[in-house]
Design a protein around this ligand. Structure first.
Ligand code: NIG
Ligand code: FE
Length: 402
């Protein structure tokens, strides 16, 4: 029966931006994709396409890989528009955090929310990302900061998988010091103790921390990474967002999948990341919303051969955006990435930042996660903002409503 239902589908007559290889758009004009189950079985010119059970005509539409949003804090309750107003009046993100707002205010709201409420609001946010072409989504915990609420956040994140989206979950209990702790070292002990059970429950794909003067020190971060490593879990780090703490070099020492933010990254941090193959995840939404003026060292990252990813960093404080398309544009305008770098950042390098090699390019053998756009070239999507020309979104070979 299963065999009968498994139909091979050919999408033909599209302009494919495959991003095959290490550089270039990999354009195939009048190209075709053969989808077998959840995989791309063949990609090439329509004229050479193999036979299929079903054919979809693309009429010249643009086809790209689906977006991989590799850094979000999507599950939470409440909002922080009041802090937006405070920042406009001159308060900094760090000032607000030190006064007990920021992450801690979202922690209070999230602890008070039921699992059903968290699922309902996270579903709406995930659907907004999907409507702009996201097919793989990373979601961090870190607004619970106690064992029960961290677990609740991760369970909710996992449930979003049923929307037709691949969800990867990251344990970020080392995000801020919760109010019931006065000693950060004691809290880190608890963070390390909660992890094995969450991992055994299948709720954790990676472990992250916020290494910053308003959060945790490199030594405390190292303790969290040791706990992750002991369980065979890969690590990532919110590093050098507000100051240079040497976090990137520390994380690279643990062969981190990624270091994220990086406005204050040092030359030593860049070299360590390059040597470890760690991806630099740049977050233009947070840079923009916090009116940051210190740019990440983009040319130096390029020169060192560090792969660059881009993500929304969706969260209620520093980056309340649900638009990967806007991030493409901001990565170009604010960070001066080329449109191709920005596209690679939200596809193949986003996947790499999650340790995934099976998606992000339109290449035979990869997952059939792709988008069809009413556009002629992917650079048009980076040049525009506030415009969404998505017409089809396919995840694991299945078309979903957009
Ligand atoms: O990626 N920098 C730390 N974490 C988040 C912000 C979380 C928040 O402000 O709620 C970030 O920017
Ligand atoms: Fe973040």
């Amino acid at each position: 029966m299963a065999e009968l239902e498994r139909r091979v589908k050919l999408w033909r007559g599209g302009r494919l931006a495959t991003l095959a290889g290490e550089q270039g758009w990999g354009l195939i004009d009048d190209g075709a994709l053969l989808v077998d189950g959840d995989q791309l079985r063949w990609v090439g010119p329509s004229a050479d396409a193999p036979a299929a059970d079903e054919v979809v005509e693309l009429h010249g539409a643009l086809v790209t890989a689906g977006f991989v949003d590799c850094h979000t804090h999507l599950v939470y309750d409440g909002n922080r528009a009041n802090e937006f107003e405070q920042r406009l009046l001159g308060a900094s993100y760090a000032d607000i955090a030190k006064a007990g707002g920021g992450i801690r205010s979202t922690v209070a709201a999230t602890r008070a929310a039921s699992e059903a409420d968290l699922l309902a609001s996270a579903t709406r946010r995930a659907q907004a990302l999907m409507r702009e072409g996201v097919t793989t989504l990373e979601i961090k915990s870190g607004y619970g900061l106690d064992a029960a609420t961290e677990a609740r956040m991760l369970r909710v994140a996992r449930q979003l998988q049923s929307l037709g989206l691949d969800v990867r979950t990251t344990y970020l209990a080392a995000h801020a010091l919760p109010p019931e702790f006065t000693n950060a070292d004691d809290y880190i002990t608890a963070v390390c103790e909660w992890l094995p059970e969450l991992r055994a429950a299948g709720l954790v794909d990676a472990v992250d921390a916020f290494c910053e003067h308003i959060a945790f020190s490199p030594a405390q971060t190292a303790r969290v990474f040791d706990a992750a490593q002991a369980l065979g879990l890969p690590v990532k780090l919110h590093a050098e967002q507000l100051s240079d703490q040497g976090g990137a070099a520390l994380a690279a020492g643990y062969r981190a999948l990624s270091c994220d933010h990086l406005e204050y990254l040092s030359p030593a941090g860049i070299q360590a990341m390059a040597a470890a193959g760690t991806v630099a995840v740049l977050l233009p939404g947070a840079f923009y919303a916090l009116r940051e003026t210190q740019l990440p060292p983009i040319q130096q990252l390029r020169d060192a051969g560090v792969p660059i990813a881009i993500a929304t960093d969706h969260n209620p404080g520093s980056s309340p955006t649900l638009s990967p398309l806007l991030m493409l544009n901001m990565a170009c305008v604010l960070f001066r990435l080329t449109p191709e770098e920005a596209w690679r950042g939200l596809t193949v390098n986003g996947a790499r930042a999650l340790g995934l090699r099976d998606r992000g390019q339109l290449v035979a053998g990869q997952r059939a996660d792709f988008c069809v756009w009413d556009a002629g070239h992917p650079r048009e999507l980076a040049a525009c903002f506030g415009h969404n020309p998505l017409t089809e979104r396919v995840q694991q070979g299945m078309q979903g409503a957009v």
